[in-house]
Design a protein around this ligand. Structure first.
Ligand code: NAD
Length: 504
């Protein structure tokens, strides 16, 4: 029997957390003693287990979350393998000590470097929409960096959570380095209250705000990966065939339950009909079994509210807008019409297979419309002239801007992932993402032991020091060449001073 089925998935009680965190602390102290190279080696074992179990893991994701099997593999298993492979190779380089060049000539005798060390026990609180990859990535990097993890999967995808635990256990990670606890938001809140070394949260902006408010009481640091209302800006010279195919995938993959779904499309006024017709035709051409299902009722209520608001405003539901008989799927939907910019479907995260198409008159207005959102996770620009597209990209307020592509760079672990505004704080993936899991220790030391001497700015303060530092201030106005001219004089005065005037 698969170990999954022998697991007890009864909810973890808040009272149990004391014991969970105590065990996590002990496990972390031992784990942190392993070198980064040893930890990275374990990742190759983990990769082996994930490859071996990939089909059954994808099946669990499919059963519990409703996405198609192929999406479970392409959007969850493969990115997880990519992430393991990349960071097993790169961790040693990213986490090694890093020298800091010191510019001030007064500090010639000294040197500085950064030293990274684990945070301790961190919390990973995850959503249900990518129940494997989003949690797995955070857990893996946390453990690679020498931390232990208390992990709470979404209450809607507990079995996938249990399977993540199984992967780490089977790969031979030490006991309690990862502990999966099962429960809803109340357990999540209790984890936050427990004061982990850092909280890695992926979920809605509403919960993110509640977490950061609670975390502030203890100054617990947080990384928050929150929602989005991602826009695609179709430039006047765009290849509409490419752009409409991208919108099809970006808007409806995983039934639109993606933080970086294309939820708004901005099209030049004169191209709107053509673009919409292409997208409609492409929706009709997708085989029925390519569409996944909606994961939960909570989402259906949001879709209903957004569509009711659109109808009330007289917007056109160009296609879709209806649930299937079992209410497990909402037809891929396009909403368009005058005044759409004020509607819920354009302004608030729908998190479903609904795309709002709006128009713009000129590129500056298009840019302004993309940026007119409380979110800023991902934006995309479509255009044939790459240099124009790139100059537009550099004006967009988002954590990532993709040119002639959509949605997918969370699955490219070399690149940073995260948002601005209400889309979050901090970054996942990339060197920067791994560094979120460590403390930074700055070490400052003499270059050689014989260069250990009392500093000129120590007590006692003498007239010579006052003069020396006033002269020093004036040098900031001088050109580099003039500064070089006075430097030998300053240094010589300093040496004379140090010889004659013993410091306390
Ligand atoms: P959610 O905020 O409802 O729940 C996320 C997690 O937080 C769950 O595990 C939940 O139990 C827990 N939780 C709820 N209340 C809590 C509290 N007070 N304290 C601590 N934990 C608490 O989000 P969801 O519905 O699971 O996920 C959908 C949202 O996630 C969407 O807004 C989506 O855009 C966002 N998301 C963002 C990213 C990203 O990378 N930026 C990725 C995926 C999903």
């Amino acid at each position: 029997m698969d170990t999954l089925f022998s697991r007890n998935l009864t909810p973890t009680s808040v009272k149990d957390l004391d014991d969970v965190f105590a065990r996590a602390k002990r496990a972390q102290e031992r784990w942190a003693k392993e070198s980064v190279a040893t930890r990275a080696k374990k990742f190759l074992q983990l990769r082996e287990v994930l490859v071996r179990k990939s089909e059954s893991i994808a099946e669990t994701i499919h059963q519990e979350n409703g996405k198609t099997l192929i999406e479970a593999i392409t959007c969850e298993v493969i990115p997880s393998l990519e992430l393991l492979t990349l960071f097993a190779e790169r961790a040693k380089k990213i986490l090694k000590d890093r020298p800091i060049p010191l510019r001030n000539p007064m500090l010639l005798s000294r040197q500085s470097y950064l030293n990274y060390w684990p945070l301790g026990t961190v919390a990973v609180i995850a959503p249900w929409n990518f129940p494997l990859y989003l949690a797995f990535g955070d857990i893996a990097l946390a453990i690679l960096a020498g931390n232990s993890v208390v992990f709470k999967p979404s209450e809607y995808t507990p079995w996938v959570g249990a399977r993540i635990q199984e992967l780490f256990d089977e790969a031979g990670f030490p006991i309690d380095v990862l502990q999966t606890v099962q429960g809803d938001g109340l357990l999540g809140a209790a984890i936050v209250e427990h004061g982990p070394a850092k909280i890695f949260f992926t979920g809605s902006a509403k919960t993110g705000k509640a977490i950061i408010a609670k975390a502030a009481e203890r100054l617990t640091p947080v990384v928050l990966e929150l929602g989005g209302k991602d826009a695609m800006l179709v430039l006047p010279d765009a290849d509409l065939d490419l752009a409409s195919s991208a919108a099809l995938w970006g808007g409806y993959v995983n039934s639109g339950q993606v933080c970086s779904s294309i939820e708004r499309i901005l099209v030049p006024e004169n191209l709107s009909d053509d673009f919409t017709a292409r997208l409609k035709a492409k929706i009709a051409a997708v085989p029925a079994d390519n569409w996944g299902t909606i994961t939960m009722d909570k989402q259906k209520n949001v879709y209903e509210a957004h569509l009711a608001d659109a109808r009330k405003r007289g917007l056109a539901i160009e296609v879709g807008g209806e649930f299937n008989v079992e209410r497990t799927k909402l037809q891929p939907t396009i909403v368009r019409g005058k005044g759409i910019e004020e509607s819920l479907v354009y302004r608030e995260e729908t998190f479903g297979p609904v795309v709002a198409i709006a128009t713009y008159r000129n590129i500056p207005e298009g840019i302004e419309k993309v940026n007119d959102s409380q979110y800023g996770l991902v934006a995309s620009v479509f255009g044939r002239d790459l240099s124009l597209a790139e100059s537009v990209a550099r004006e967009l307020q988002a954590g990532s801007v993709l040119i002639n592509e959509v949605t997918y760079t969370a699955g490219v672990p070399e690149t940073p992932w995260g948002g601005i505004k209400e889309s979050g704080i901090g970054r996942k993936h990339s060197d920067q993402g791994l560094l979120e899991f460590v403390n930074v220790r700055h070490i400052h030391k003499p270059r050689y032991s014989w260069l250990s001497f009392k500093a000129v700015w120590w007590f006692p303060y003498t007239p010579f020091q006052a003069e020396l530092f006033r002269t020093w201030v004036k040098t900031y106005r001088l050109s580099v060449f003039e500064r070089l001219k006075v430097l030998p004089h300053l240094l010589w005065s300093l040496v004379q001073f140090l010889k004659k005037e013993p410091r306390i």
